[in-house]
Structure formats: C-alpha cells, structure tokens
Design a protein around this ligand. Structure first.
Ligand SMILES: *Cc1c(COP(=O)(O)O)cnc(C)c1O
Length: 448
C-alpha cells in the first residue's frame, strides 16, 4: 500500500493537481467567505468540492478554484444561450432584449427624465415618449397605455369597465395562460361576472348578441395563443361584433403590432383595431420582442378611464421597462430576427460551428485536433412558443451533440440549454442570435 502511495506521489510530482487547494483553506478564503454569506455551510462546501473536481479534471487551473467556487455561489440570474428552438421561451425569460433596449435601460438606470420635461424644467406625463412611439406604430389607436403585463391589462379593463357587471366571453376562449393561471379566474377576481356564450368549438355572432344587455360591461375576445381547435369550429369575428351596443375588447396576446406574413393566423393589433375593436391588449415580451409589459390600445375615452382608475397606479411599469419598450419599438428585436432567419444562413452557421467543434477550435483558427467533440448537423423544427402561433412549425437547423454534454452545458457560463431528442442533444440555432455563436462554441468545447 505504502509503496503504491509513494509511487503515485512520484507520478504526481510537478503535476499541477498537487497545487489544488484543500477544501478547508478554500472555505476560509475571504472571497469565498463573502460569496457564501447567508448560504448553508453544506452548499458552500459542495461548491468548493465541485470547483476542486473541475481542477482535478484539468478544466480549470488550480489557481482558479477559488474563483470557480465564488462563481458557483454567485446569486442572481445566470446568462443563458437559448438553443431550445423555442423563440419565446417563458421559462428562459421570454423575449431577449435588443442591444438598443439594453442600452436604453442602462441609460435609464440612474436618474432619468421618465416624468420630467427637460426643456420646460417641470413635471411631464410619465413615459410620454414611449406612448408617442406606440401611437406612431399603431395609427389606428386613438390612445395607448402601458401596464405591467397583459394579464394586468385585462384586470384593469375588467375592473374599470365591468366590475359588478358582466363580461360576455365565448366558451372556446376560456384560456389557461400557463402555470395554472386561468383567464376566467383572473377576470372574476375583479368582481366582474363572466357570461359564457357558445360552445367549446363553435360560437357565432348571434350568441353574443343574445347575451348582451344592460348589465354588459364589454364583450371579450381572447386569442387562443397556446392551443388550436381544429375541425368543426366557428368563431365570431371582431367585424361581426362591432355593431353590438357595448365595447369589444380583444386580447391578442402575442404583441404583433401589424400583420406578420410568416404567421398568417396570428392576430395583430392594427388589423383588430381596424376591424372595429374598442380596445386591444397585448404582451410586450412575446412577438413584440420587448420587456414584460401589457399594452392597451384603442378608443380614447376607454383608455382614459383605464389610465385614471386607482388600480392603474398599482399596475404601473417602471422606468426601465418604459426605456426598453421604447427602444424595442425603434429597433429590430432578436425575436423578430429569429423568426425571419433564413434557413440557408442557419445551415451555414451550423456547418461552421460543427467544424469548429469537431476540430476543437473555439475561434475557428488553429487546429487542436483531438480536443474536439463529436458534432453533427441535422434539420430541426423551431416554434414560436407560449408566445403565440401554436402549431406553426418553422424549419430550422441544429447541432447534434452527445447527450452527456447536456448537463455540463447547462451548468456552464453562460449556460446553454438545448433539447434532448432521440438520445442526442440538439442545439437549435434559430433561437440563438448569430453573435452568440462564438460563445456557444467555447461553451461546448469547455465541456469536452
Ligand atoms: C400571454 C397571454 C396572456 C398573458 O400575458 P402576460 O403578458 O404574460 O401577462 C394573456 N392572454 C393571451 C391571449 C396571451 O397569449
């Protein structure tokens, strides 16, 4: 035994692994002590042991163990490369912001003129430049208002226009938006009563007309943005309902401001307003590609009532959201670029990346044969996601990697999240902005 131990000591002489610091000394390092503040001792120890393990495997230098442990103990959100092929992935924070939006948020992070007129030197209407940008993008809207999210927009409309009264809604549009939240429950929580009309698959204009009366606050149409009903179906169009003596409120969900040729079945704000909707609500962080927000657009008198309702103050968006939203409206956000990405460009990126990964050359230069990873290029199918266009498949291209890389990629910096299909890890490039290709290659090679 002793002989073997000595032999291995000899073999390790000059081995960098001998310089890996001991667990207790790493735990006592002041930087680790600070990072582990408030954390369980077991959690801190696990982070240190994992960092030592990475050093033992040669993936980091022994001198980097402390930094790796500190990084593992870091609190706050982690950066993720979305290679799932789901363009608007709710669990990954929905729409990634455009560089312009990030820049605008940075500018607004300190003190800013969100509610101040620098020319006049006095108070001004909050977020007026965003409202102007929205009004310019949707000339059909007489007025616009922005709240925390689309759910908040619906709550505000229901409270201000129908509390104690009825909202007429089709049985086919009683939607669960996700994580167990159901729009009917949300609407009833405001004190409005739901008057259900029609059936799950068929509701016509007559059903609405028969239900509307003195007690009706408004008619609500909700776009089924996360499911599809096929077969023997019928739904009343906004144009058919516009003649009703009550406002027609339409929840389009996705946040498309104008028609999107690639998603012909997805409703958009401008078209819906033109067909006669009194109010439209939409999310800011789905196909609009901006920050979480709820947009309310339409008739001036109704938007005014919503904006002046006491509840509006509780649903107000902060200056960072306003800054990001305005910049989103003035730029081409990543979600739209991903939606429009050309399949040949995706193939080209995939082949280049596969070549770099196979050769073990993260930056494409130099040939580090032997350090690469087995990587193929396969066709794939992307989807918009919970953000809209259910059932619409978008042709895409993916890198196919050994499935054993799935976990280390998720734990990397940045984390990379793909999909495991048929025993392989697929990294779908449609949901990855091209500027992240280098990082993706480095992350994948760091796991080999
Ligand atoms: C997503 C969605 C909502 C909820 O919007 P949030 O911005 O997440 O609050 C409501 N209605 C429809 C039709 C949706 O698609």
């Amino acid at each position: 035994m002793a002989v073997i131990r000595n032999a291995s000591k000899v073999a390790m002489a000059g081995d960098p692994r001998r310089r890996i610091p001991r667990t207790d000394s790493v735990l006592a390092d002041p930087r680790v002590v600070v990072a582990a503040e408030g954390a369980d001792r077991a959690v801190a120890k696990a982070a240190v042991v994992a960092a030592q393990e990475r050093a033992r495997e040669g993936r980091i230098a022994p001198e980097e163990v402390v930094a790796a442990a500190v990084s593992a103990l870091a609190v706050g959100p982690r950066r993720v490369i979305n290679a799932t092929g789901v363009l608007v992935h709710t669990n990954l924070g929905r729409a990634p912001l455009s560089p312009a939006a990030v820049e605008a948020m940075e500018a607004a992070a300190g003190c800013t003129d969100v509610e101040f007129d620098l020319v006049a030197g006095e108070r001004a209407r909050r977020g007026r430049t965003v409202m102007a940008a929205l009004a310019a993008a949707v000339p059909e809207a007489q007025d616009v208002h922005v709240v925390n999210n689309n759910a908040a927009a619906l709550v505000l409309a229901a409270t201000a226009l129908a509390a104690g009264r009825e909202i007429v809604i089709s049985r086919g549009e009683m939607v669960e938006i996700g994580d167990g939240f159901r729009l009917p429950d949300l609407l009833e929580s405001t004190g409005a009563r739901l008057r259900e009309v029609g059936t799950t698959n068929r509701t016509n204009a007559r059903d609405y007309a028969d239900a509307v009366g003195d007690d009706t606050g408004f008619v609500l149409k909700v776009h089924p943005s996360n499911f599809r009903v096929e077969g023997f179906t019928a739904a009343a169009s906004v144009a058919e309902l516009r003649a009703l003596p009550v406002p027609v409120v339409v929840d389009v969900g996705s946040g498309l401001l104008g028609p999107e040729p690639l998603l012909p079945e997805e409703p958009d704000v401008r078209t819906v307003l033109r067909s006669g909707a009194a109010l439209v609500t939409a999310s800011g962080d789905k196909l609009l590609g901006g920050p979480q927000a709820g947009l309310i657009l339409g008739r001036a008198d109704l938007v005014h009532r919503l904006r002046r309702h006491p509840l509006a103050r509780a649903l107000r968006v902060d200056k960072l959201t306003l800054a990001a939203l305005e910049a989103t409206l003035r730029s081409e956000p990543p979600v739209r670029l991903a939606l429009h990405a050309d399949i040949e460009d995706l193939e080209h990126r995939a082949r280049r990346l596969a070549d770099r990964l196979t050769r073990g050359s993260p930056d494409g230069h130099g040939d580090l044969r032997g350090g690469g990873v087995e990587c193929g290029v396969v066709s794939s199918v992307s989807v918009v996601g919970g953000g809209g266009a259910p059932g619409r498949e978008l042709a895409s291209v993916a890198l196919a990697l050994p499935v054993r890389l799935a976990l280390p990629l998720r734990l990397g910096e940045p984390a990379v999240v793909g999909r495991v299909v048929g025993g392989r890890l697929l990294l779908d490039l449609r949901s990855v902005p091209p500027h992240q290709d280098d990082e993706l290659a480095r992350a994948a090679l760091a796991c080999t």
